[in-house]
Design a binder for this molecule. Structure first.
Ligand code: ZN
Length: 484
């Protein structure tokens, strides 16, 4: 078993290697070229386990999407390989995090035939691509690429078959192979939509609007907007858990409130609330408050988490709250149970995902960051969320904080979550990337894990690096989240 205290582990592994072997995993990371905020729980899945291989995607140099593959039978890594171009990317390498957009992170899915698909590259979509029918344009171009061969990440091609407008891409794959691509169709004042493909992502039906953006009926200076998270429900259903964003109009703000849930029946495309009452699409603020509200949070800021259903089809969901709190909600069949705080010591940037073993038994895999150290570990409940207890840590960094994705789709226990390190003291924006499971991180030989070439030397030689790095540290200290 490898327990990953990265620095300690690296030194230990090195010692062991020198003594007994030539080419074992001697660093815990599989790549060092995660760039900016390369992953998030919102763009998901970021990884999928398919036919014995775990494919992972994240933002690398130039904010372009990079893909790597871990072959479980051999313990070998392939890649990372650049899979496309993010039109929002900047050259040369930036050292000020404010220069990166980060919204163009890739979401990954593997189709029935083993082709790997990514959608990435936009924070709304540039107005030069025409009129955005579902909201306001933004930056970049929503881009869909697919691997040229099944099960092979070495070569990619672009498929021009989705809207150029969008951000926060999320794939849902049904058991029959139908693909649903959910995203916000533009910058923050835009509808959330999906496009459906029944031919492995080769063509998509037009957008269907699910959540409506509009001027608030309460106040003309407020615009109803949303942050939503979509995933498989039971059978052919898709869940949506979401929060309300009362956007300042004109302008923008960081306000978010309330928690909501609803469900799509993919057999006929209809949506219903948790009680089974039919919803009219797109859902407006008024109908959401009336029919899909889990909890009104008042002035307390809510943020999306993830959502899954148990064997009885009942949703469990968490949302994030100030102070790094993760709160768990469960529908008991009649009502939403009073939310409970999962981790007693919250820490900054706490986020993650969870597995439902039975209606009362849930395991949550959370990252927690305290004073420059980061961990990924389990929190468990056996009584439907009344009490949560700390389980095993899977991963620990003593000298950096951590960002995570939602769970790897169809995860192998050895590879549950994609993890990025984050060190605000360094003078560049590159971060080490890890794939973490029950035995720690799936590392590789150091010479295979280095993918930066001479980038760091080039950055160091840039005259403006020092001042910008200072500004960067100040900005980062005040702001960890980047989800406008
Ligand atoms: Zn806004």
């Amino acid at each position: 078993m490898i327990f990953s205290v990265a620095t300690l582990r690296a030194s230990l592994a090195l010692l062991v290697c020198r003594a007994v072997c030539a080419a074992a995993a001697d660093v815990a990371y599989f790549s060092d070229n995660g760039y900016g905020n390369p992953i998030s729980t919102l763009q998901h899945p970021a990884a999928e386990h398919f036919n014995g291989v775990t494919y992972v995607a994240y933002s690398g140099p130039h904010e372009d999407p990079y893909v790597a593959a871990y072959v479980h039978a051999t313990g070998k890594w392939i890649g990372p390989i650049q899979a496309g171009v993010n039109t929002m990317g900047k050259s040369p390498d930036q050292v000020d995090p404010g220069e990166l957009d980060n919204h163009g992170r890739p979401a990954l899915i593997v189709d029935r035939q083993g082709y790997i698909h990514l959608v990435f590259g936009a924070h709304g979509g540039d107005s030069s691509y025409g009129q955005n029918k579902f909201g306001t344009p933004g930056k970049g171009r929503l881009t869909h690429v697919v691997s040229q061969k099944s099960g092979d990440i070495t070569a990619w091609k672009t498929l021009e078959n989705i809207s150029p407008f969008g951000t926060y891409t999320q794939w849902v794959k049904l058991a029959n192979g139908d693909l649903y691509l959910f995203y916000r169709h533009g910058s923050h004042r835009s509808d959330w939509v999906y496009q459906k493909s029944v031919d492995d992502g080769r063509t998509f039906a037009p957008e269907v609007s699910v959540l409506k953006h509009k001027v608030s009926s309460d106040k003309p200076t407020v615009h109803d907007s949303w942050y939503a998270w979509f995933d498989n429900g039971q059978g052919d259903t898709i869940t949506a858990s979401y929060v309300y964003h009362p956007c300042a109009f004109p302008g923008h703000n960081a306000r978010r409130s309330n928690t909501y849930y609803m469900l799509m029946d993919c057999r006929d495309g209809s949506w219903a609330n948790v009680q089974g009452e039919r919803l009219t699409l797109p859902v407006t603020k008024e109908s959401a408050d009336k029919l899909t509200l889990i909890q009104a949070t008042g002035t307390e800021k809510s943020n999306h988490g993830t959502c899954h259903v148990d064997a009885e089809g009942r949703p469990h969901v968490f949302f994030r709250f100030p102070g790094g709190q993760v709160r768990y909600y469960r529908w008991d069949g009649k009502a939403w149970q009073k939310p409970t705080t999962v981790a007693d010591e919250s820490g900054q940037g706490q986020d993650g995902d969870f597995i439902i073993d039975s209606p009362l038994k849930v395991r949550m895999l959370l990252c927690q960051n305290h004073a420059g150290t980061g961990s990924v570990g389990w929190w468990n409940t056996a009584d439907g969320g009344q009490r949560w207890t700390k389980g095993a840590n899977l991963f620990l960094l003593m000298d950096a904080s951590i960002q995570v994705t939602a769970l790897v789709r169809n995860a192998h226990p050895d590879a549950r979550m994609l993890v990025g390190s984050r060190n605000d003291q360094q003078e560049h924006l590159y971060h080490q990337m890890y794939l973490v499971g029950d035995h720690g991180a799936l590392g590789r030989p150091a010479d295979e894990a280095g993918h930066l070439g001479d980038r760091l030397e080039t950055i160091k030689a840039m005259p403006q690096t020092k001042g910008k790095a200072e500004a960067k540290r100040k900005k980062k200290a005040s702001k960890l989240d980047d989800e406008p």
